[in-house]
Design a protein around this ligand. Structure first.
Ligand SMILES: Cc1ncc(COP(=O)(O)O)c(C=O)c1O
Length: 472
């Protein structure tokens, strides 16, 4: 234990030193060959090493090569810096090392509070037992879709767990063109078939076209199919768009569809000033996926899925063999009855500490600050004739492109395809790209409260510099 005590103090210094040094280093840099070879090619050691020896390697070979998402000028994908409170308690969760499948201990009990707090922050109803933490929104989506599938087949008098889907009219899923790929993955995984995942077009604002949704449902009904699940987005990955949730809730009710919201990235955007009308209808969803490891900064991994009716996921997943039977479990049973994971990590401690440290006010400040920065970036893009804003900014994602005067459509497309990797290599900012309405786009996702207005200027400068270099 003495060895651990000494090394743990050194590890704490390493972690805090690493975090303190991040803003002064490059955002990201390629891993040099020597370290790459060490990271990937070590032989299995015959004899063990000391804990301080391991820390030496972590300091020299691991910490110098981060993904970049702790840096204030990391604008890629949807990856946040870790919350200090989450970093603080992560080793303590490991020290306790419970399985949060179930049982009577702090891990399970605190997860109940963490889930309820997330529901309260997002403005979603929370019946007791109405949610659980997951590895991310991808798994949250699988759980929501499985619950919906169970209900839909149950309404036909069947039981999908026993009979599978054989011989039944195909169940149809509706997802917006801008919906995340995890929705289709979930449908494929659950045997629904991507052929029966309808891609609903979006309008010019990248929100789901609800008239197109209505038409698609009607067409599928006429064809003898069974429309059963519609997924809206509260914050798309490409542009941060929030679908017309209330309208989609109405359509779902009218047609007996399960209404799911992917709020993995954007559910907390509801805390931004004036966001209320955009998020109207969120509380009507049958299920809501959201990722504490995104905007909230809970250290990876941590997703969450919330349900209006906790009986729905339990019907889809509860399977309690005699060796797991627990007569002392409260009426809610075990978390492992609500999803596919049996042994589950103590994610609740990281969520609890992060929210408890910030408070509702701190979370709100974080969301408002980052949304405000996104609006500032959008304004700078619009004010500069060489840039073009490609979508309205409604959360903290800015979709845009670089289009210097005199560059044709093909040239612009090619340039914007090349810019993200070129910008990343320079190490000053980290930006990723996408395609929007068929054209190459840049997207900056702002999740770090330490990002400044000056960082946004550096971002635009770096894009200009890169483009100039590429033209040489
Ligand atoms: C909008 C959206 N939905 C779903 C996901 C998938 O979440 P996860 O990576 O936590 O599984 C992401 C990830 O970036 C996302 O941005």
């Amino acid at each position: 234990m003495d060895e651990l005590r000494g090394a743990a103090r050194a590890a704490a210094d390493l972690a805090t030193g690493h975090l303190a040094g991040v803003p002064d280093g490059p955002v990201w840099q390629p891993v040099p060959e020597e370290d790459r070879a060490w990271l990937t090619g070590q032989a299995l050691p015959t004899k063990g090493r000391t804990l301080s020896g391991l820390l030496h390697d972590v300091r020299e070979r691991v910490l110098p090569h981060p993904m970049g998402n702790g840096h204030p000028r990391f604008f890629g994908w949807v990856n946040s810096p870790p919350s200090p409170a989450g970093v603080l308690v992560a080793p303590l969760a490991a020290a306790m090392n419970p399985s949060c499948a179930g049982g009577d201990h702090a891990g399970v009990l605190l997860e109940r509070t963490a889930v309820r707090w997330l529901a309260e922050l997002a403005g979603y109803p929370h019946p007791p037992g109405g949610g659980l933490l997951t590895g991310g929104a991808s798994l949250a989506t699988v759980i929501a879709l499985a619950a919906a599938r169970q209900r839909a087949i149950g309404e036909q008098g069947g039981d999908v767990r026993e009979e599978g889907l054989y011989g039944r009219p195909p169940l149809v899923v509706y997802v917006s063109q801008e919906g995340h790929s995890c929705l289709r993955k979930a449908a494929e995984l659950l045997g629904l078939g991507s052929r029966y995942v309808r891609t609903v077009p979006v309008g010019r604002d990248f929100r789901m076209d609800t008239e197109a949704l209505r038409r698609a449902i009607a067409k599928d009904r006429v064809a003898g199919l069974r429309p059963f699940f519609v997924a809206a987005s509260a914050g798309t990955v490409n542009t941060g768009a929030v679908d017309p949730l209330d309208e989609i809730a109405g359509i779902a009710r009218e047609h007996g569809l399960w209404f799911h919201i992917d709020g993995a990235y954007g559910a907390l955007g509801v805390l931004d000033e004036g966001a209320g009308p955009r998020y109207a209808g969120l509380a009507r969803a049958d299920s809501l996926a959201l990722d504490p490891h995104k905007w909230l900064g809970v250290p990876v991994d941590c997703g969450c899925v919330l349900f209006r009716d906790p009986a729905a996921p339990r019907a889809a997943f509860s399977l309690v063999p005699s060796y797991l039977r627990d007569d002392s479990a409260d009426g809610l049973g075990w978390f492992s009855e609500y999803g596919p994971e049996q042994t589950r990590p103590f994610r609740g401690l990281r969520v609890w500490s992060t929210i408890a440290h910030l408070g509702r006010e701190g979370v709100t400040r974080l969301v408002r600050r980052t949304c405000g920065l996104a609006r500032t970036l959008a304004a700078a893009v619009e004010a500069d004739g060489d840039f073009e804003l490609l979508a309205p900014v409604v959360t903290s994602v800015v979709a845009f492109r670089y289009r210097p005067a005199g560059t044709g459509a093909d040239g612009t497309d090619r340039l914007n395809e090349l810019i993200p990797a070129a910008v990343q290599r320079r190490g000053q900012v980290f930006l990723t790209g996408t395609r929007l309405s068929g054209t190459a786009a840049l997207r900056a996702c702002i999740l770090n409260p330490a990002t400044t207005e000056a960082d946004l200027e550096i971002l635009l400068d770096e894009i200009r510099n890169c483009a100039r270099e590429m033209a040489v």
